[in-house]
Every structure is written in structure tokens, then in C-alpha cells.
Design a protein around this ligand. Structure first.
Ligand SMILES: *Cc1c(COP(=O)(O)O)cnc(C)c1O
Length: 374
């Protein structure tokens, strides 16, 4: 079935006594055990509200099963720790989400896990693999430069050596990219972004094979990052419009990228949908749409702070993926803790701005950008 249909229908818990159309919210943290094999308990990731979302997300990711978490980092850290222990080696992209980066550098040394960060290319990953490599962690498109890595190539390299692969699919969403179908073992999300979509909840998800999810669910009940029933319900409700929202956001982003690309006050636009972007050809082979995130550099003569202050509709704010368009300066927010040299090395200039496109009327958004630029 089409994703729009899956968003609405898959996973819903049909309650027999009232036959209501929506999953009821099951608030219990204590359940009877006498008549069942596996007793329900929220931290065992097996309650009806958790399962409703897990089934919907598994369907959307074209995976067999999924596990729902209380944050994106809970999903990412749990999935990684389910696959790497003392003596193992993990290969990760330099351009991974900042929180994943610091999780690795701050906890791996204490756990005896070895790691190598590499540039965003399959060749760099292949060159870093050792006899001890158990896991490869990637992200595409990347934050904030929207670089693209060939998912099929990475999965091919890993499969030939029996190495597990994990991708952070937050930026693309399952509407624009389904990496499990391209050979990746574990797909994770910060559901705080597009899946929630209204900037009002925090959650995470991992999806993959039934066997993989069993391994991750076991580690998850040790670490305990489960999501409460009320937020599960809010998320389930949000997911019903995921395809609608993301399709609209993606169309808006394409139009905004074109507008910025042709503006004399803009130095450079990073958006995988633009033909001149390095990752465009690869993106075409693995994405259904080019997503709703983009970044751009103002011409050197412009002052980014001044530009942000002049915006009337688009709000300077952190996070991304909500129905409202927001903008941020990575050098002042997500990458503020990076040294100046590291920022320059990876291409994060003071004039670089990251734009998360909302569902507003695109002409209103362009008018706001235009008045602030001029
Ligand atoms: C926000 C984000 C995360 C972390 O998710 P939380 O829900 O904040 O824990 C991970 N990866 C990406 C790409 C993100 O944007």
C-alpha cells in the first residue's frame, strides 16, 4: 500500500468494546500476569500504545519490526550498544549528528570500544574497516551541509564482511528514503523532528528485521529509554499526517532552494535536489524526494545576525522538522562546541544558515526571505 494509506491505517489498536477508530490510551504500568505468556510493562517496550506506533513505523520503513524510544539519542545509543562491546571496532561518519558524535567520543573509551570517524564516502568507510569492525554508522543527507552518501554501496561493503549497518534517517524520513529496502540493517530516527512534526514531543525509533529488533529490545529494557503512553498516542496521531506534511515540506523546500540559488545576496545553497549539488545524482537513486532541509551561505558582505533579526515569519530556533519554518546558525547552535579550525575544516562558516522548511504557503516564506535579504 501507498505510504499515505499506511500513515493513516497501519498499527491502529482496534478496541472491541466501543469500536472507536483511534487507539485508546492505556495508562497502566501494572498488568495482570496470570493469563499471559509475556506480561505487559512499559519498560519492556510491549504496551499497546508503544506497539501501535512501532507497527506503523515498521510499515513505513518497509521493515519487519520497530522499537520506540523516549528520544532519538535513546534509540541511537541503545542500538549501538546492542552491537558493540569491549574490543569491537565501529566506523562512523565525521558528519554524524553532534549528539551521536559526543556519545561515541565520551563513552566508547570507557567501554573499551574502538572507533574511527571518516569522511562522508563509501571508500573512506572501506579503508577504515579492520578485522574487529562490527558496526558501521552513517547518516544521509548530513547535517548541516546536506551531503549524500551512497547507501547501497555502504551496505554492499558491510554485507561482504558480515558487518552490521546503522543509518540515522531523521532528515529524509521514511517518506523520502527507506534504507532498510536498500540493504541497511538498522534504521534510526529522532522522532522529535518530522515524525512528531509539531515541535511538541521528544521520541526516537529503531526499525529493521524482527531478529535485529529482538536484540535491540533486550538492550532497551536494560537501558530503560521507553516512551510513555500519552506521548505514544500524540506521536501516533502525528504520524497519520506524516506523508502529507513531508510531501508539502519537500515541495516547498525545492522552491525555496531555487529562489535562494538565483538570489544575488546568496553565495551558495546546499540542497540535494539542486543539479549543481555534489550529491544530486546519488540522491536521485536512493531518495523519493530530496527532503525539506537545506542550508545556504549569505554573500560575505551580508551580516547573518542582521538577516535573522529581519525575518518576520521564519523563526530562528533550534531543532527541525516541525510544521513551522525555522532557521538556525550551525556555528552558533548545533556545532558551537566545535573548535574554529574543525568548523572550517568541515565547512561550517559563520555565514552558513540551516533552514527547516514548514508547511506554510511557499510564497509567504519566499516573501519573508526576500524582504530580509534586501
Ligand atoms: C535531533 C537529532 C538526533 C537526536 O534526537 P533527540 O530526539 O534529540 O534525542 C539524532 N539525529 C539527528 C539527525 C537529529 O536531528
Amino acid at each position: 500500500m501507498d505510504k499515505n494509506t499506511l500513515c493513516v491505517h497501519s498499527g491502529t489498536y482496534r478496541e472491541e468494546s466501543t469500536r472507536g477508530l483511534n487507539s485508546p490510551i492505556f495508562t497502566s504500568s501494572s498488568f495482570e500476569y496470570m493469563h499471559v505468556k509475556d506480561c505487559l510493562y512499559p519498560r519492556h517496550f510491549n504496551t499497546p500504545n508503544q506497539q501501535a506506533v512501532e507497527q506503523k513505523m515498521a510499515a513505513l520503513e518497509l521493515a519487519e519490526d520497530a522499537v520506540l524510544f523516549s528520544s532519538g539519542m535513546a534509540a541511537i545509543s541503545t542500538a549501538i550498544l546492542a552491537h558493540a562491546g569491549a574490543g569491537d571496532h565501529v566506523v562512523l561518519l565525521d558528519s554524524l549528528y553532534g549528539g551521536t558524535h559526543s556519545f561515541v567520543t565520551e563513552t566508547f573509551p570507557r567501554l573499551g570500544i574502538n572507533y574511527t570517524f571518516v569522511a562522508t564516502s563509501p571508500e573512506a568507510i572501506e579503508a577504515a574497516i579492520t578485522e574487529q569492525t562490527r558496526l558501521i554508522v552513517i547518516e544521509t543527507p548530513t547535517n548541516p551541509l546536506l551531503e549524500i552518501i551512497d547507501i547501497r554501496k555502504v551496505s554492499g561493503i558491510a554485507k561482504a564482511r558480515g558487518i552490521t549497518t546503522l543509518i540515522d534517517n531523521t532528515f529524509a524520513t521514511p517518506i523520502n528514503q527507506t534504507p532498510y529496502a536498500l540493504g541497511i540493517d538498522i534504521v534510526v530516527h529522532s522522532g522529535t523532528k518530522y515524525l512528531g512534526g509539531h515541535s511538541d514531543l521528544c521520541c526516537g525509533i529503531a526499525a529493521g528485521s524482527a531478529e535485529q529488533m529482538k536484540t535491540i529490545r533486550t538492550m532497551a529494557s536494560h537501558l530503560g529509554g521507553s516512551l510513555n503512553a500519552t506521548t505514544c498516542y500524540l506521536l501516533e496521531r502525528s504520524l497519520k499526517t506524516l506523508a502529507l506534511r513531508v510531501e508539502r515540506q519537500t515541495v516547498n523546500a525545492g522552491k525555496i532552494a531555487d529562489f535562494l540559488q538565483n538570489h544575488r545576496r546568496i553565495h551558495k545553497v546546499n540542497y540535494p535536489g539542486l543539479m549543481q549539488c555534489e550529491g544530486h545524482e546519488t540522491a536521485k537513486t536512493q531518495m523519493n524526494g530530496f527532503g525539506a532541509m537545506l542550508s545556504f551561505e549569505l554573500a560575505v558582505s551580508s551580516n547573518p545576525e542582521e538577516f535573522l533579526k529581519r525575518l518576520k515569519l521564519i523563526t530562528p530556533a533550534i531543532s527541525l522538522g516541525g510544521v513551522e519554518s525555522i532557521i538556525c546558525s550551525p556555528s552558533r547552535t548545533s556545532h558551537a562546541e566545535m573548535s574554529r579550525e574543525d568548523q572550517e575544516r568541515v565547512g561550517i562558516t559563520d555565514g552558513l544558515l540551516r533552514f527547516s522548511t514548514g508547511i506554510e504557503d511557499v510564497d509567504d516564506l519566499i516573501a519573508d526571505l526576500e524582504q530580509a535579504l534586501s
